[in-house]
Design a protein around this ligand. Structure first.
Ligand code: HEC
Ligand code: HEC
Length: 275
């Protein structure tokens, strides 16, 4: 009897993953420890959130809010399921959190929407909108079962990219340029503009000056755990030199007022207004 129950249980888990993965890219594979997708509208909303993270620039619900060629997954690798590269695993358990930048306690939704304004060089979607709720549902799902531990210092989850202990003054743009030609240009282009599935890393279609990665040490720290894609092998100093070279190029300026929606669109009543 027991074994029948466990066969049924395993069978239904496999079905759930098959359902979740049916029309998604292989890179979207959830980690083996991922919780089971809830049934009904909540499960559908989580799935929608995953699609929005993967196809932010092309999905009809999110593309209006994006001002460059980057999807969330361009930096949160494998839709945030890569355990190192700005992972979403465990993130939801750190919110609400104190944010030195906003000088406020912010929610997970706030954090998500702010990435639209900066990393995606777009406009902040309204709080409570489908885009916002779906992405928050997806990221929260990836933290199911994790212990809630709100972060009183930074809006960062327990597995955030560790900041490299390098000295910015020691960065060499010349060394960075040589390393870039050797290790990065084949995918992102000599001009940094990227092509096909390789996103632009500077210029007007990349992240703006207000994004986290516009900070050279933060970019170096992310490169160390994320690039070259699938074969991260940079020494700390190399990551810093390359980051310094990348950030000598122009990218869109950031002026907050150009990225906030009109006041009446800052928030939405989160309900179907039928009753
Ligand atoms: C240009 C790269 C880039 C893009 C594009 C981007 N982000 Fe981020 N995002 C970052 C970096 C870097 C961090 C800091 C992460 C860290 O320290 O681990 C971050 C942080 C976050 C966090 C907080 C993580 C934590 O540990 O608390 C969330 C949530 C988030 N981003 C959501 C999104 C969503 C949703 C999108 C798409 C709408 C997006 N980001 C697009 C680079 C990016
Ligand atoms: C094999 C191809 C490849 C190589 C080599 C490579 N990248 Fe990437 N890079 C990618 C892809 C693909 C993404 C987006 C990830 C995704 O969509 O899954 C990316 C994302 C990025 C991003 C974040 C998104 C953006 O456009 O700003 C930066 C920054 C970046 N790479 C910099 C570099 C640097 C610097 C190097 C050299 C150390 C490098 N990459 C080497 C393929 C590559």
């Amino acid at each position: 009897m027991k074994s029948i129950v466990s066969v049924l249980l395993v069978g239904s888990l496999v079905c759930c993953f098959a359902f979740l993965r049916s029309d998604l890219d292989v890179r979207a594979e959830p980690p083996s420890s991922a919780p089971v997708l809830p049934s009904g509208p909540l499960g559908e909303t989580i799935r929608l959130g995953q699609e929005l993270v993967e196809r932010t620039t092309t999905h009809p619900l999110s593309k209006l809010f994006v001002g460059n060629d980057l999807n969330c997954t361009s930096c949160h690798l494998k839709n945030g399921t890569d355990p190192k590269a700005a992972t979403f695993l465990g993130v939801a358990a750190a919110y609400p959190a104190w944010s030195p930048r906003e000088q406020r306690v912010i929610t997970l939704e706030d954090r998500i929407l702010n990435c639209f304004m900066r990393s995606c060089n777009g406009v902040r979607p309204p709080l409570g909108s489908k885009v916002s709720v779906a992405i928050a549902s997806y990221i929260t799902w990836l933290s199911e079962g994790k212990i809630l531990r709100m972060n009183a210092e930074n809006p960062k989850g327990p597995n955030a990219v560790p900041r490299l202990t390098v000295k910015l003054e020691s960065a060499s743009i010349e060394r960075g340029e040589r390393l870039y030609s050797k290790k990065c240009a084949t995918c992102h282009g000599k001009d940094g503009a990227g092509k096909d599935d390789h996103p632009p890393i500077w210029g007007r279609r990349s992240f703006n000056q207000g994004a986290g990665l516009a900070d050279t040490v933060q970019l170096a720290s992310w490169l160390k755990v994320a690039m070259p894609l699938d074969e991260t092998d940079l020494a700390d100093q190399e990551a810093l030199d390359i980051a310094a070279f990348v950030n000598t190029h122009d990218r869109p300026a950031f002026d907050l007022k150009n990225h906030l929606p009109v006041e009446s669109r800052l928030g939405e009543y989160n309900a179907e207004q039928t009753r």
